[in-house]
Design a binder for this molecule. Structure first.
Ligand code: URA
Length: 236
């Protein structure tokens, strides 16, 4: 079930804000009944019409982008910074699945498929997200253990993670560490390393589930194929 205004926006009809306006103005019907509340949730079997025209469903699009540094993962930015959508040629209302920070690079999925987005972002599905972080200093055994057990950030204990130290540069006092998590809290990886007193210098997401960045330079993207889409759906 999803909010009516979100479903209208994801259909490509208009923006979410405009959809809210249409609902409040009594222009939207769900299963032939006018709805004027913003909290109403609908499912894919409900029929939605606007000004008596049945809402057609936008064709689904699934994109895998290698996000470069210096782009935000929202569809609009108040500070007028570049968004990941500036990198993609599409006339569909796709949006990023989850977030990567402005300075984080790597694998980002974008789609207009709300159902798949829910599967990919719901923590219960425990989908592995593999990051490689360049951090200040060298992790001790105890620090690795506490990251793997879970640390408290923002009053929340992270689920167990997997840590692999890939490279230690003693001369420059930094290391390259792979961390696998399946949650997606705000700035989670950076905060986890900060919690054990190591600043993240660079961060890249290399994988989500079985998807990786093979063949894609920063700024490049490709469409998922049907096999990959089905495999993602089967995670549920
Ligand atoms: N964790 C972070 O700290 N930043 C990201 O962009 C992704 C995960």
């Amino acid at each position: 079930m999803e909010r009516l205004q979100k479903v209208i926006a994801h259909s490509g009809y208009c923006s979410r804000r405009k959809a809210e306006e249409l609902i409040l103005n009594g222009k939207v019907k769900v299963n032939n009944k006018i709805v004027t509340e913003l909290g109403v949730k609908v499912s894919s079997t409900d029929s939605i019409s606007i000004d008596s025209k049945v809402l057609s469903k936008e064709e689904k699009e699934y994109i895998l982008l290698n996000k470069p540094r210096g782009y935000v993962t929202t569809t609009h930015d108040e500070k007028n910074r570049k968004t990941v959508l500036d990198l993609i040629e599409t006339n569909k209302r796709i949006y990023p699945v989850g977030r990567l920070d402005y300075d984080t690079t790597g694998l980002l999925l974008l789609t207009n498929d709300g159902q798949l987005t829910n599967i990919l972002t719901h923590p219960k599905n425990k989908i592995d997200k593999v990051y490689i972080a360049k951090i200040e200093g060298v992790l001790s055994k105890e620090e690795i253990q506490s990251l793997e057990k879970g640390v408290v950030i923002d009053n929340y204990k992270t689920a167990p993670s997997k840590i692999k130290v890939k490279k230690v540069d003693k001369k420059n006092n930094n290391s390259l560490v792979q961390i696998v998590i399946h949650e997606g809290k705000n700035h989670q990886v950076k905060k986890m390393f900060e919690k054990v007193n190591h600043q993240v210098i660079k961060l890249k997401r290399e994988k989500i589930a079985f998807l990786d960045l093979t063949g894609l330079k920063p700024g490049e993207y490709r469409y998922l194929n049907i096999k990959e889409i089905k495999k993602l759906y089967s995670i549920k």
